[in-house]
Design a protein around this ligand. Sequence first.
Ligand SMILES: NC(=O)c1ccc[n+]([C@@H]2O[C@H](COP(=O)([O-])OP(=O)(O)OC[C@H]3O[C@@H](n4cnc5c(N)ncnc54)[C@H](OP(=O)(O)O)[C@@H]3O)[C@@H](O)[C@H]2O)c1
Length: 169
Amino acid sequence: MIISILNCDKKWGIGKKNGLLFHLPKDMEYFRNTTRGHVVCMGENTLLSFPGQKPLKNRTNIVLSKDENHNYEGVINVHTFEDFLCKIKEYSENDTVYIIGGASIYSQTLPYVDEVLLTKVNADGKAEVFFPNLDEKPEFECVEESETILDGKIEIKFTRYVNKHKMTI
Ligand SMILES: NC(=O)c1ccc[n+]([C@@H]2O[C@H](COP(=O)([O-])OP(=O)(O)OC[C@H]3O[C@@H](n4cnc5c(N)ncnc54)[C@H](OP(=O)(O)O)[C@@H]3O)[C@@H](O)[C@H]2O)c1
């Protein structure tokens, strides 16, 4: 399985100034519990946005960066989108592969994902980067939606969209 996982605000915004829009402890816990032990794939900017610019523990980290001189410790480094897709395919044969951002990686990999685990945040985070609006894409169907809960003072709900026309890598 290949699954994108993210949170977005009510305008489908996901980030600004190479950081997240909100501090959401419950969503962070959901992300950790879901991805732990599996494979996470990201772009270089997302790796650099992590604390200490370090990969996520207890997960296989695959990182795409254009510059061949940018190679990070503790991750599988790839430098072309083709190689990135090859790694995703290889690992997805025996494991669940999570696409964890950022904006450029989510949009380029969207045709190949089975599902999107999307936490919807009922707020406007004044984002600079966005996720494609899945409700405008006929191939994506929202099949699960949780009750709205409070994460700190912010309303969120967990949703799952399936890709009915997934492209094979
Ligand atoms: N809300 C959420 O759940 C969530 C999750 C993750 C990240 N984010 C946010 O997303 C933002 C980062 O997104 P981003 O789009 O700026 O960066 P990104 O997707 O994390 O990383 C982009 C990197 O990948 C490289 N790259 C992209 N496509 C490529 C290709 N086809 N071939 C070779 N290299 C390629 C880029 O190189 P070039 O720049 O040289 O093209 C760049 O180094 C941050 O604000 C972050 O906090 C939000």
